[in-house]
Ligand binder design. Structure first.
Ligand SMILES: Cc1ncc(COP(=O)(O)O)c(C=O)c1O
Length: 283
């Protein structure tokens, strides 16, 4: 079953109009929310960010967020998801193709739930990355359906047989990964790009910053450049799907000693404790 507007439907019943503005312009916003043990992780924060993203593109949600929350719970239950995620998108709806907003937009919401395992191997062994120019627009804080810059970045990493692209703006500042936030550790302290228009303020990022504080690790929400990235003692990425994952090499050069570092392990342990605290709705 999938969620269409506020109704659960069989996927075969659903047709997407070719004049949906999401399809034609990428005119819409989205979220991905993780489900652990039958429970959503950070749902309120994801929905708040969804509301903010919509507002930033002058789009109203088709119905109130509280109702959406209950519908998403039904969606996870109907698909019997224990470990998985929900993908949710809202477009500006169907209208004759003109760039400007339609006079009376009809926002269109679709969400589906999928079973998906946690990336255990990558989290344990670490991932490899390349650096590439950040060619995206200047509103990366909006979780918009327009992901071409991210898509091209990720593909470049795949072509190089790596897992992730770390983006660097033309001013030499490291922003984030193609679908992750990036942190470096130097002399026991964490640095990560401030949550401004150059990055998506990840829900996992917010958790990581809390966990670091709990662990007594100083965090600086401060920019760093490519050389500082390459000289870091540890590099870590985070996202809803990749959780907290160490980066063990960048552009073919090993990070630190070339194996996952102590701080990555500490944050992973603390992240697991957060997940363990979730009470299953099924119990
Ligand atoms: C560009 C970008 N940055 C950061 C993130 C991490 O955000 P979150 O932790 O909310 O998944 C994502 C996730 O998709 C992303 O696409």
């Amino acid at each position: 079953m999938i969620l269409v507007q506020d109704q659960l439907k069989d996927q075969s019943e659903v047709r997407i109009d070719i004049e949906d503005r999401g399809y034609q312009f990428g005119d819409g916003v989205y979220e991905v929310v993780r489900i652990y043990n039958g429970q959503y992780f950070g749902m309120d924060e994801h929905l708040e960010r969804l509301e903010r993203s919509a507002k930033e593109i002058h789009m109203t949600l088709p119905y109130p967020i509280e109702l959406l929350k209950t519908r998403l719970e039904k969606l996870a239950e109907a698909n019997d998801i224990n470990d998985g995620h929900v993908y949710l998108q809202i477009t500006r709806g169907v209208a004759e193709r003109t760039h400007q907003f339609p006079a009376e937009p009809t926002p269109f919401l679709v969400a589906y739930a999928r079973k998906s395992p946690r990336p255990e191997n990558k989290m344990r062994e670490g991932i490899t990355a390349i650096t590439t120019e950040d060619i995206r627009w200047l509103r990366c804080d909006i979780k918009s359906l327009n992901l071409l810059g991210n898509v091209l970045g990720k593909q470049k990493a795949m072509d190089a047989k790596c897992d992730e692209s770390i983006f660097i703006r033309s001013n030499d500042i490291v922003t984030e990964g193609s679908s992750t936030n990036v942190y470096i550790l130097k002399d026991g302290e964490i640095f990560t790009h401030p949550a401004n228009n150059f990055i998506l303020n990840g829900i996992t990022r917010r958790v990581v910053l809390e966990l670091a504080e709990e662990a007594g690790i100083t965090v600086h929400e401060k920019t760093f450049n490519k050389q500082e990235l390459m000289d870091a003692d540890e590099v870590i990425i985070s996202s809803t799907t990749m959780e907290v994952t160490p980066v063990i090499s960048i552009d073919g050069k090993q990070v630190g000693t070339g194996v996952p570092g102590k701080v990555a392990r500490t944050l992973q342990e603390k992240f697991n404790e957060r997940i363990d605290k979730l009470q299953s709705v099924k119990n």
